[in-house]
Write a protein that binds this ligand. Structure first.
Ligand SMILES: [Zn+2]
Length: 441
């Protein structure tokens, strides 16, 4: 039987390395991976030549904020940005939407809000908050990919943090069903209030020890319960050694970092430039180098965006006050280019990037059909020019609000086409959203 689509590339990034190959697609799945010049009958045969063929990226850390704060972002805009950035699956965070995804009813509301609007596939995190322990198992059974918790104020009142006892208790409950807990790990006791335009003062107000103290709590609770735990958006590179030690000791721990921590350094951030505000903060260049080494050594498992936009007014762009600004950087569309720009300079390969940004986050979220160019998997494909450079123009971003610290930066590596389950996504503005709402595999 002829295939629906064949995509050929001299640089196909396969699970066992990059080589020339032809990927044959039947229906929504990869049906075969053959030699580049193989004779394959297909409805459509696309030869990318020297363009790289990557697996569709999986971004396991995205705040879509719909329903409830749809003026901040939304499924239609976030998933358009994802497709443009080569991301074919996002996992939506349980907070900043209203209601937060802390009950099965709230998950149903979220799924209803997303239905029919998504240009890429969307999976959902549940939330672990004080008082919702009875909802954890039903949410797990309803297909969430795991549970997010905070260990300090989340910034929104409807998603309060867990204390140490609550963390242990939640991890104990999740261990019983082998569900994953992901934690925003900063310790409020180590954080000082910050205000004003001085970025250095803002960074100093959230020192590395705030991350260290919180990660210690997560490691202790994971060790005590046997549960799987994951540190989101690691910024303080001094914690890499502690995470490596916990892993070596058999604690079921993983960690992610984000493109902005790998691309920017605090010294480049002008005072008052609140588009750079995230929590934890972008730190100095020595820290950035150490984060890269932690990633290259395999201690940090994934690189995902923490795409967390808000309306420009909430970014306090006028006053430049780091105390008043919402902490969050929107980079769903730019993460691949930002990471590749630095990775290639460091002699890393597209295999590394595909592992950090596709297969590792897919494994983290329990989505076995995603993140690999492998027979039987979903035909989520990205045509990527690893040599093309471009200057970031906010007007070309598909996010709801084009506020970005990458404005004017020259990035290397551009997405030319994205296919979701064999369907091309970047051919004009027409068409209907073909993304599906996923459950944990
Ligand atoms: Zn986040």
């Amino acid at each position: 039987m002829p295939h629906d689509l064949v995509v050929r590339s001299r640089r196909a990034v396969l699970p066992d390395g990059t080589r020339a190959a032809a990927v044959a697609v039947s229906g929504p799945c990869i049906a075969a991976v053959e030699d580049y010049g193989a004779t394959l009958e297909a409805g459509r045969d696309v030869d990318l030549g020297d363009l790289a063929l990557l697996p569709g990226l999986v971004d396991s850390h995205v705040h879509v904020n719909e329903p409830g704060r749809t003026e901040w972002e939304g499924f239609a805009t976030a998933t358009r940005a994802a497709a443009a950035g080569g991301v074919t699956t996002i996992c939506d965070m349980p907070l900043n939407s209203l209601p937060p995804t802390t009950t099965v009813a709230a998950l149903a509301e979220k799924r209803a809000a997303a239905a029919g609007k998504c240009w890429v596939d969307v999976a959902f995190w549940g939330g672990a908050v004080p008082g919702n322990e009875a909802s954890l198992r039903p949410l797990h059974e309803a297909g969430v990919v795991g549970f997010k918790c905070f260990l300090l104020d989340s910034g929104v009142p409807e998603f309060p943090p867990l204390d140490v006892a609550g963390l242990r208790s939640a991890l104990g409950a999740l261990a019983a069903v082998d569900a994953l807990l992901i934690a925003h790990a900063e310790d409020a006791a180590e954080i000082k209030p910050a205000s004003g335009r001085d970025f250095g003062a803002f960074v100093a107000s959230r020192p590395p020890i705030a991350e260290r103290r919180a990660i210690e709590k997560v490691i202790a609770a994971a060790a005590a319960t046997g549960a799987r735990a994951h540190i989101v958006h690691l910024s303080a590179a001094e914690c890499v050694a502690m995470i490596a030690g916990a892993k070596a000791a058999g604690v079921r721990l993983t960690a992610e970092t984000c493109p902005h921590y790998l691309y920017f350094a605090a010294g480049q951030v002008p005072d008052g430039a609140t588009e750079f505000k995230s929590c934890p903060p972008i730190r100095d260049s020595v820290n950035r180098e150490a984060l890269w080494r932690g990633l290259e050594a395999g201690v940090i498992d994934c690189v995902v965006s923490d795409h967390s936009p808000c309306p420009p007014e909430l970014k306090a762009l006028g006053s430049g006050d780091f105390g008043a600004a919402w902490g969050g950087i929107a980079s769903l569309q730019l993460g691949l280019s930002a990471v590749w720009t630095v990775a290639r300079r460091r002699g890393r390969t597209l295999d590394d990037v595909a592992r950090w940004m596709a297969s590792a986050p897919a494994a983290l979220a329990g989505l076995p059909a995603k993140g690999l160019l492998a027979v039987g998997g979903d035909a989520d494909l990205v045509a990527f020019d690893p040599d093309e450079t471009y200057v970031v123009d906010p007007a070309r971003l598909r996010h709801r609000h084009p506020v970005t610290p990458y404005a004017g930066r020259t990035l290397t590596g551009r997405v030319r086409q994205t296919w979701l389950r064999g369907i091309p996504l970047l051919e004009g503005e027409g068409g209907t959203p073909v993304g599906r709402l996923l459950e944990r595999g």
